[in-house]
Design a protein around this ligand. Structure first.
Ligand code: E4P
Length: 217
């Protein structure tokens, strides 16, 4: 499974990237706001650091403007994936940008029907938002399962990029279902290393080691 980091925080991306944990990055207007940085500058910095796809999102609502914004964002670096919303205009922009050879990530996907349209429009990635479905008491993981079945039935190459990840369990459940990619905040990727029995075991080993009176170095 590929790990994308869902942030525009350069320091946080660098820490994970140095450990080989980063296969790509996703950003959105809210994450750019949170970073306090200029979108073009911060995206360039991220693209220079990470070799995989870096999603940068358009903000226009009409296809023509989305395409113009997408082409501008795509000039930042060869590893840009232009992110467009799952609206009819977004699908139109997806088709146009993909036809010109650009990677497109279709975002804000909340139904299998939307995901099917994105695949037909040539999206490289579809971003179903699990957490936001859970927030309204629907099951985000059901959506990932449905898209996996549909894409496999017809051998669509569009990668399922599970987004709006809120927990370690979300990551593991997506991996079990077979999502191609998960994009998670840095804190969730780091939390995957935690286990209460690891902490307890380490405490015991440290205590017993102290009693031996030995040193390794
Ligand atoms: C994905 O590309 C989005 O940026 C992100 O996963 C949205 O997550 P949120 O619902 O926690 O804002």
């Amino acid at each position: 499974m590929k790990f994308f980091v869902d942030t525009a925080d350069v320091a946080a991306i660098r820490e994970l990237n140095d450990l080989g944990m980063v296969d790509g990055v996703t950003t959105n207007p809210s994450l750019i706001l949170k970073s306090g940085r200029n979108i073009l500058e911060v995206t360039k910095e991220i693209c220079d650091m990470v070799s995989g796809p870096v999603s940068a999102e358009v903000v226009a609502s009409e296809a023509k403007e989305m395409i113009a914004e997408g082409l501008h964002l795509a000039q930042i670096a060869p590893n840009i994936a232009v992110k467009v919303p799952l609206t009819w205009d977004g699908l139109t922009a997806c088709k146009a940008l993909a036809s010109e050879g650009h990677k497109v990530n279709v975002t804000l996907c909340f139904s299998p029907a939307q995901a099917l349209l994105a695949a037909k429009a040539g999206a490289s990635f579809i971003s179903p938002f699990i957490g936001r479905l859970d927030d309204i008491h629907l099951d985000g993981l059901d959506l990932i399962e449905d898209i996996r079945v549909i894409y496999d039935n017809y051998d669509y190459r569009t990668e399922i990029l599970a987004a709006s990840i809120r927990s370690v369990n979300h990551v593991i459940d997506c991996a079990k279902i077979g999502a191609d990619v998960v994009t998670a905040p840095p804190a969730i990727i780091k939390a995957m290393a935690n286990h209460v029995l690891t902490d307890k075991g380490l405490e015991q080993f440290n205590s017993d080691w102290a009693k031996t009176g030995q040193k390794i170095l």
